[in-house]
Design a binder for this molecule. Structure first.
Ligand SMILES: NC(=O)c1ccc[n+]([C@@H]2O[C@H](COP(=O)([O-])OP(=O)(O)OC[C@H]3O[C@@H](n4cnc5c(N)ncnc54)[C@H](OP(=O)(O)O)[C@@H]3O)[C@@H](O)[C@H]2O)c1
Length: 318
């Protein structure tokens, strides 16, 4: 049904989000989640040098450091592919995509992770102050140096993604293997309107973040709940973003019907829908406990029927 995602990456269907590590999950909880994920066959972990700089007393790099300690404890990466990002860490001075920033930030990430190579290295954002030949040239140099296997970009508008692809081709740089946009049942247009076609045309895999719409697509938020009722440090922000839209509740109702019929968690249906979209390689979702992760993993292998997909499409477009 769906167009294949990029051929460059060979990963598990769930990309485990790492922004919780060092934020809402301490070392013990993070290690438990990572152990459960890899125990279930997972091999694709997403982080960034800026996670979790928003926590008072942190300066970014905490998530990578947790992952690094976990990798060290288990004796190395051994097939686990780590994606990380550069360009948004103001505290370290790495809040841009100047070549010297990309190079230095990569070394810092490699050190925190304790690995010799980053499997997928993203530009975390666009930086129009730096010519693309220079920023993408720095990423290409990291590939040539063996410090990075694949290049990705995140949070870029369609016209800039087109330009980036053109520059990598014109300069003979390593191709852009992945795009990381916000994309889920409640946030569709930003990716589907234009970016999706660009990905399809250029063999770029979509690795969408906010796969669970900050937890909304687990079904734990209801129209009656207020932030104080929800066990989540991010409840306020999630409610502010999604609760005011009628479409949210219509979509959740449609998810609940399918989840009940299939005897799987609501979150698993939401991730199965996302995984089935054209060019989507692996949705990213985070879990701060093993129990949360156990609700997500059943999406692997869950093939929605055409009627189920149509019901979710209709509800989320309402
Ligand atoms: N490229 C970018 O700019 C960008 C931006 C944001 C995120 N990301 C990446 O995408 C990943 C995912 O984003 P995200 O974690 O913000 O959002 P998300 O995956 O949409 O939501 C995950 C959150 O939902 C809650 N949750 C998960 N499973 C649950 C369950 N079974 N029951 C109840 N609640 C559950 C947990 O938060 P609570 O328990 O706290 O509610 C969890 O942290 C991040 O870790 C990061 O790697 C990238």
């Amino acid at each position: 049904m769906s167009a294949p995602a990029s051929s460059a990456l060979d990963v598990h269907p769930l990309c485990l989000g790492g922004n919780v590590f060092g934020w809402t999950a301490d070392d013990a909880a993070s290690f438990a989640v990572l152990d459960r994920y890899t125990g279930a066959g997972g091999n694709f972990v997403d982080t960034a040098d800026v996670y979790s700089a928003w926590v008072p007393g942190h300066e970014g790099g905490e998530s990578e450091a947790v992952i690094g300690r976990w990798l060290a404890q288990r004796g190395g990466a051994d097939g686990v592919q780590i994606a990380t990002k550069v360009g948004m860490n103001a505290a370290s001075g790495f809040h841009n995509l100047k070549p010297e920033t990309v190079t230095a930030a990569c070394d810092a990430s490699l050190e925190r992770l304790g690995v010799e190579r980053i499997d997928l290295y993203y530009a975390h954002r666009d930086d129009t102050d730096v010519p693309l030949e220079e920023s993408l040239g720095a990423f290409d140099a990291l590939v040539k140096a063996g410090k990075v296997a694949h290049i990705g970009v995140s949070n870029v508008p369609p016209d800039r993604l087109r330009e980036m692809v053109a520059v990598t081709k014109a300069e003979g740089y390593a191709p852009i293997a992945a795009l990381q946009p916000a994309y889920n049942l409640l946030d569709r247009a930003g990716f589907e309107d234009e970016l999706q076609a660009i990905c399809a045309e250029n063999d770029i895999a979509c690795v969408p973040y906010y796969g669970l719409a900050m937890g909304f697509l687990t079904g734990k938020y209801t129209q009656e709940s207020v932030a104080a009722d929800i066990d989540s440090p991010r409840a306020k922000g999630a409610i502010k973003t999604y609760a005011g839209n009628e479409r949210t509740w219509v979509t959740l109702d449609a998810l609940r019907v399918i989840a009940a019929e299939r005897s799987v968690p609501v979150a698993a249906v939401a991730l199965a829908w996302l995984h089935g979209r054209d060019t989507v390689l692996a949705p990213i979702a985070s879990a701060r406990t093993v129990e949360q992760l156990d609700d997500l993993l059943p999406f692997v292998g869950l093939e929605l029927t055409a009627d189920e997909v149509a019901a979710l499409d209709a509800a989320s477009a309402a």
